[in-house]
Write a protein that binds this ligand. Structure first.
Ligand code: C2E
Ligand code: CA
Ligand code: CA
Ligand code: CA
Length: 278
């Protein structure tokens, strides 16, 4: 029994070592992912419910490691945030997305929008607004087609954040509150924020067809948004029933597997042509 215990202990240690090594490997890999050309951006379409048109897409980062294959953002984004690498990665995504959006505009999709996720650390950088401004100039992009998705938790520190959001909006770009409802910010807090779009968190859309309180929360958010003249998008819409309920409630836009999973940029035009044929 004593031996067994010892073995188990050693096994436990080995697996801890493995975990630490894996993490260190991943971190080193992530550090070099840009130069090794292992990163890409995929785009998930958004539909405007009034017109049933695909009017934009969210840019989502993908990482394909040479040895480990595809690694989920839910694994590498937190690691990138922990290590500060998110600043470099986030800037890379923003640049890619702006260049792609310009391409789409030149290809005739001239009122298409793209949203890009921005981490707190990235947003709080001193020169973030300057970087965004430079990107807009370099890509020769009309700013009102670029949206930045910022989570509720980033917006907690009111004073610092409001000034920065105002500067970004002065550039002409739009601000979207990501995962809305999942954080702790009060609804009244919203009216003090210079924002354009609320993105209702997937957890409220899940089961909206069966769960009365989810349906009530979504209605409340929609009412509030109307009063504040904000656009509302529902994320994580997976089935027709959810789509119909959101349509009835007067939600502005939807995004989710019901429409499409995220896709490479090259596939977007086909998707849009198909959606505008009806
Ligand atoms: P998020 O910003 O909330 O993005 C939505 C996530 O939900 C995406 O996962 C998307 O693929 C997934 N999704 C969309 N529709 C559905 C649906 O109908 N059902 C289900 N089950 N999932 C759906 P993804 O791409 O794995 O990204 C996960 C998270 O990683 C993102 O959540 C975001 O927080 C972060 N992330 C991804 N790319 C970036 C980036 O470029 N920068 C930063 N800072 N974060 C990123
Ligand atoms: Ca997002
Ligand atoms: Ca989200
Ligand atoms: Ca989320």
């Amino acid at each position: 029994a004593k031996d067994q215990g010892k073995n188990r202990y050693q096994f436990f240690n080995a697996s801890m070592d493995e975990q630490i090594m894996l993490k260190t490997n991943l971190e080193n890999g992530l550090r070099r992912a840009i130069e090794l050309d292992e990163l890409s951006v995929v785009y998930q379409p958004k539909m405007e419910l009034n017109s049933k048109r695909i009017i934009g897409a969210e840019a989502l980062l993908r990482w394909k490691h040479k040895k480990y294959g595809s690694i989920s953002p839910s694994t590498f984004i937190p690691l990138a945030e922990e290590t500060g690498l998110i600043v470099k990665l986030g800037d890379w995504v923003l640049n890619e997305a702006c260049l792609q959006l310009k391409k789409w505009h030149l290809e005739g999709m001239d009122d298409f929008s793209v949203s890009v996720n921005v981490s707190t650390i990235q947003f709080l950088q001193k020169d973030f607004v300057g970087k965004v401004e430079n990107l807009l100039i370099q890509a020769d992009l009309e700013p009102n087609y670029l949206e930045l998705e910022i989570t509720e938790s980033t917006m907690m520190d009111i004073k610092l954040v409001v000034a920065k959001l105002e500067k970004l909006r002065k550039l002409g770009i739009k601000i979207s509150v990501d995962d809305f409802g999942s954080g702790y910010s009060s609804l009244s807090h919203l009216k003090n924020l210079p924002i354009d779009i609320l993105k209702i968190d997937k957890t409220f859309i899940d089961e909206i067809e069966n769960n009365k309180s989810n349906a009530a929360i979504v209605s409340t958010i929609l009412n509030l948004a109307r009063n504040l003249s904000l656009t509302v998008i529902a994320e994580g819409v997976e089935n027709e029933k959810q789509y119909e309920i959101l349509n009835e409630k007067g939600c502005d836009q939807i995004q989710g597997y019901f429409l499409s999973k995220p896709m490479p940029a090259a596939e977007m035009i086909t998707m849009i042509e198909a959606s505008s044929e009806t």
